[in-house]
Design a protein around this ligand. Structure first.
Ligand SMILES: C[S@@+](CC[C@H](N)C(=O)[O-])C[C@H]1O[C@@H](n2cnc3c(N)ncnc32)[C@H](O)[C@@H]1O
Length: 451
């Protein structure tokens, strides 16, 4: 039927049968048809382009998320709860115990508290320069710092200089058994009291001591059952602090001395520390021989501890912003110190060695002796130590300085008359020529590159 109604037209054969008007009509239809096809193809092409653009955009967002923002950074911020494997035949009691343990392992939730920024505003806590007050406000950043202290669950913690309590909150959330904070500035009392109350609500204990940290005697501050032998595992006791810059170096030297004597907090074993320093000081603490920052602090810190530079906090994270960035350093006391000498003599020799870091170290060691015998005895010390006299101070290892100290001690034992303190101290020189022994107090000015 179709054939009858719409017979196929062969333009060559049937040309005569078709009127011109029909041909032009057919041409018109043909033209419109090809126009439509063209438009459809154009539409399909633009659809394809749009599809590709969308695909590329989705893929870029995906890769941006994975690689640029780094997924592991996000994961880093969360404490993955440790997996608890429940044995197949656990009775109800064990399950209950494990549940409690599991809850304990998770971070503590404190009652809602105003932000540190609000607290600073509320109590008008303007930063005091003479107490090196620079406050950290960013909770996520603070949590990251405190995470470097390791597991604080059930621990005893001393925090130095809590200020408005940014670090304190983060420590509390880690579930210590007891927290002792030592703060010189009483203006922080309301905010610290509030934190102590909140911690109390979740059965924690917080003591607040308003004093200079240097006056705190940590000999008996922790319970005896927390005590560990020096060679045992480290005790669950931590010293943490965003230290005031003006005391950080003095404090670490004092604490290194206590570590060497196993006194103060270190009567409880190898108590770990997590402390902040100016970035440059932090870098010096961990500097190895031949590093340009290598100095007295590097040697002293590395003789008794393993210092580790955990992270650098940009100055802009603090309020007010200090001129420098800040380094967070973790210290673990060594089971075996890298020197057998007592702190004071080792420190004295190290201090002299770094008197000048550019000269040959033998020249600095010479300064340990009176001028008239300097050359002779410094040569002897290097001979006894079996060290190359052309080594610079920054090239010496802790063990090299230990050998120099041994040799120095040997020389002054053999020649007690030369063992006057020649540097950086008030010295008492015995004037032998008087009928009555007479001590003359002399000032010898330090000529030390302080580091
Ligand atoms: C750098 S601020 C850190 C404040 C707070 N922890 C933070 O991170 O935001 C140092 C804090 O130590 C306190 N401080 C200064 N010298 C101190 C000392 N000798 N003993 C105890 N605290 C001291 C200051 O008052 C201040 O609160």
């Amino acid at each position: 039927m179709d054939k009858e109604w719409m017979p196929k037209v062969d333009l060559k054969k049937d040309r005569a049968k078709i009127k011109n008007i029909h041909i032009s009509l057919m041409n018109e239809v043909e033209k419109q048809n090809s126009e439509r096809v063209k438009q459809l193809m154009k539409l399909r092409r633009s659809n394809r382009i749009l599809g590709s653009i969308l695909g590329v955009t989705v893929l870029s967002i995906y890769f941006y998320t994975i690689y640029t923002v780094k997924q592991e950074k996000f994961l880093d911020d969360f404490n993955e709860p440790e997996k608890i494997i429940i044995p197949p035949q656990t009775n109800g009691l064990i399950k209950k115990g494990l549940k409690v343990l599991y809850k304990k392992m998770l971070n503590i939730r404190l009652p809602p508290l105003p932000t540190i920024k609000d607290i600073i505003k509320l109590y008008k806590l303007s930063a005091l320069k003479h107490l090196s007050q620079n406050f950290l406000l960013d909770e996520r950043l603070i949590d990251k710092i405190i995470k470097k202290a390791g597991n604080l669950n059930g621990s005893h913690v001393v925090e130095v200089g809590p200020g408005p309590g940014g670090l304190t909150r983060s420590i509390i959330r880690k579930g210590p058994k007891k927290l002792i904070v030592v703060e010189k500035d009483r203006r922080f009392k309301p905010t610290l009291d509030m934190l102590a109350d909140s911690f109390n609500c979740v059965h924690g204990e917080m003591d607040i001591i308003y004093d200079d940290i240097r006056n705190l005697n940590m000999n008996n501050i922790f319970p005896m059952e927390e005590k560990k032998e020096w060679l045992d595992q480290v005790p669950n006791i931590h010293l943490i602090g965003n230290l005031p810059f003006n005391v950080s170096t003095i404090l670490i030297i004092e604490w290194l001395k206590k570590i060497s004597e196993h006194s103060g907090a270190w009567t409880y074993g190898r108590v770990k520390m997590l402390l902040t320093f100016q970035k440059e000081v932090a870098e010096r603490l961990v500097a190895e021989p031949f590093d340009k920052q290598r100095c007295r602090l590097s040697v002293m810190a590395q003789a008794w501890t393993q210092p580790f530079l955990c992270t650098i906090i940009p100055g802009k994270a603090f309020l007010p912003k200090p001129d420098v960035d800040v380094g967070v350093v973790a210290f673990v006391p060594l089971e075996q110190p890298r020197t057998k000498h007592e702190f004071d003599i080792f420190e004295k020799v190290t201090r002299h060695i770094f008197n000048s870091r550019q000269k040959y170290s033998i020249k600095c060691v010479g300064k340990l002796f009176p001028e008239y015998c300097r050359q002779e005895f410094s040569n002897l010390v290097y001979k006894l130590s079996d060290l190359d006299p052309t080594l610079k101070s920054t090239h010496l290892t802790v063990e090299d300085i230990d050998k120099i100290t041994t040799a120095y001690k040997y020389v002054i034992e053999k020649h007690p008359e030369i063992s006057i303190n020649t540097l950086n101290q008030l010295s008492y020189v015995l004037i032998q020529n008087f009928a009555k022994p007479y001590y003359l107090k002399i000032h010898i000015l330090p000529d030390i590159e302080e580091c």
